[in-house]
Design a protein around this ligand. Structure first.
Ligand code: KIV
Length: 263
């Protein structure tokens, strides 16, 4: 069984084929998602909401992320392991490098950072040291209080253009992957066309290169609020692994997300 690497994701993009991603936080469900053919697993700081019960991702610490990274790294075999840098890990360049280093030692293979074009220097520094980076644009949940809630980004023309420009700038700085959260379908399509690197979407429409969902959402676990871009893949399937296989197949056949999941 061949491991998924950044080259695998780039090859998917070159062939115009979509790839599948899910969040994962523990060894058993990571193994299950890996067995189902999911290409990339994310230890997301969403763990603060779905595991710890917080209202945002802000309380999540480096120690929390490191612990779950080590768990997932022990469970997965084939999937590429992406890991979130928690809130304020990018406070300065020294902390950014130290925290990213800790997560790579724990098993991360790709580090995800939220922000905008101002992350360019940090991404350049990490890339120079051999740490591949995914830049998370659009709705950045760590800035929820500045945004005034978990809201769709890039609805106005100038905001949409800024997201496309930021993606290009960060790829120039060395970002190996872009992740777009909660943007109109047209913005997802524009970013994916503008950059050569793979673009992963969540609530960004079907015209990006890969799709990601929070695992609990893909399993229909009730968190009190179901965003528009979520689909329950356990419904109609008789096991968690079957649900993950159904999600993988729907993404790869470009049946998910449908129009009803788009902004
Ligand atoms: O933390 C997370 O789970 C994420 C996804 C929503 C992409 O960043």
């Amino acid at each position: 069984m061949k491991s998924v690497t950044l080259n695998t994701l780039r090859d998917y993009k070159t062939r115009g084929e979509a790839f599948s991603c899910l969040t994962a936080y523990d060894a058993t469900l990571a193994r299950c998602a890996d067995n189902a053919g999911i290409d990339l697993l994310l230890v997301g700081d969403s763990l603060g909401m779905v595991l710890q019960g917080h209202k945002s991702t802000l309380p999540v610490t480096l120690d929390h992320i490191r612990y779950h990274t080590a768990c997932v790294a022990r469970g997965k075999q084939r999937s590429l392991l992406m890991v979130d840098l928690p809130f304020m890990s990018n406070a300065d360049s020294g902390q950014l490098l130290r925290d990213a280093g800790e997560l790579m030692r724990a098993g991360a293979e790709l580090i995800k950072i939220e922000g905008q074009a101002w992350m360019a220097d940090g991404i350049r520094e990490l890339d120079r040291r051999g740490v591949p980076v995914c830049a998370h644009l659009g709705l950045a949940p760590q800035t929820v209080h500045r945004l005034g809630g978990f809201k769709v980004q890039g609805k106005a023309e100038d905001e949409a253009q800024r997201i496309v420009d930021d993606a290009c700038r960060l790829v120039d700085a060395g970002a190996a992957v872009i992740l777009l959260e909660c943007v109109p379908r047209a913005v997802g399509r524009a970013v994916s066309k503008a950059v050569e690197v793979p673009v992963i979407g969540i609530g960004a429409g079907p015209d990006v290169d890969g799709q990601i969902l929070v695992m609990h959402d893909a399993l229909g676990l009730d968190s009190g609020y179901v965003p528009r871009f979520v689909k329950n893949f356990l419904s109609g399937n008789d096991s968690i692994e079957a649900a993950f296989r159904a999600y993988d197949a729907a993404v790869k056949a470009r049946r998910f997300p449908g129009e009803e999941h788009c902004f």
